[in-house]
Design a protein around this ligand. Structure first.
Ligand code: UDP
Ligand code: MG
Length: 310
């Protein structure tokens, strides 16, 4: 039996060796499995690739996939899992915020029958307040608007059974959110809690801008609610104004001709038309959304080089 550890790498030259050492310390005690460490270099501008290649020379279980450019962490994770030919894959960050020491617990839950073992981050050492707020708000919002059962605070530090890995091959969307896709797939889940340390060397490359983009993506790919809201908003504006218009016209011609000025009536007609326009835009957007989810068909990533894969 074998397990692959999949690690996306972007500007992590300082952390790779530390992570490797900690992985070795953990995996050498789990003798019943063969291990692969699949590092996906996501177009790092620093020396990450050199460090990885050096490591791959010394240790055959270190495998490297080098992307032709930066494709983002979600795609890097996907490529790593695609390349794994093992009974299970464990995805984790390279910056040691996901403690390798938790791996035995993940394996235990997997052997207990879970097909996806997700970790829940109970806390993060020294996380900026804005980031904490953003993350809580995000999970709350996603819980409200999307049908996904996204347990709050779960991370990408996860173990997947090979059935899940096979299912991932069928997923083709580009603007992907790895966690969201896995949650969407279903499968039997188990959760393991941990406390995340501060990131080791280097700085977090998930800038607020990138996180915002990811959050928006997960909304557009897993929820059509914002679009429906536009439609409903337009519909309610149209309905309310049409009722108002009827009242106004009745007043004008039957019981109180002086109550509403002509200008007021024209304004309400205008609001009614705006409501119709908004509703139609929302409807069109719904169709576009459906098409959008169907058409995109470019390859997910381009690999420059693979090391230690036979
Ligand atoms: N990462 C990546 N591509 C990117 C950005 C990040 O492969 O474009 C990797 C990075 O090397 C790390 C993981 O994704 O292994 C998480 O990145 P980071 O620590 O910057 O994000 P955060 O911990 O804030 O979620
Ligand atoms: Mg990090």
């Amino acid at each position: 039996m074998s397990i692959a550890i999949v690690i996306p790498v972007y500007r992590e030259e300082k952390n790779i060796m530390k992570l490797y050492d900690r992985l070795e310390a953990v995996t050498k005690d789990i003798k019943e499995f063969q291990w692969d460490y699949i590092f996906v270099n996501d177009g790092s501008p620093d020396n990450s690739l050199q460090v990885l290649k050096q490591l791959a020379l010394q240790d055959k279980k270190v495998k490297v996939i080098d992307f032709s450019r930066n494709f983002g962490k979600e795609i890097a994770l996907t490529a790593g899992v695609h390349a794994a030919k093992t009974e299970a894959a464990i995805c984790m960050d390279a910056d040691l915020q996901h403690p390798p020491e938790l791996i035995p617990e993940l394996i235990k839950a997997w052997r207990g029958g879970a097909e996806v073992v997700a970790t829940i981050r109970v806390s993060i050492a020294n996380q900026p307040l804005l980031r904490q707020l953003g993350s809580s708000l995000y999970y709350w919002l996603m819980g409200m608007i999307s049908p996904l059962d996204m347990a709050s605070k779960t991370t990408d530090f996860r173990l997947f059974d090979k059935k899940v890995m096979a299912a991932l091959h069928q997923v083709t969307e580009r603007e992907r959110m790895f966690r969201g896709i896995i949650d969407w797939m279903g499968f039997k889940k188990a959760y393991v809690e941990f406390h995340a340390d501060e990131r080791e060397g280097g700085r977090a490359s998930y800038s607020y801008a990138k996180l915002w983009h990811l959050a928006l993506n997960s909304i557009t790919s897993f929820s059509l609610l914002p679009l429906r809201l536009t439609t409903y908003l337009g519909l309610s504006i149209a309905l309310v104004s049409v009722v108002l218009l009827i009242v106004m016209l009745l007043a004008r011609f039957y019981f109180a001709p002086k109550l509403f000025t002509s200008l007021a009536i024209v304004v309400v007609i205008n609001i009614f038309l705006n409501g119709i326009v908004l509703m139609s835009v929302g409807l069109i957007a719904l169709y576009i959304a459906t098409i959008h989810t169907e058409v995109i068909n470019r390859p997910l990533y381009i690999v420059r080089e693979r090391v230690n894969f036979d």
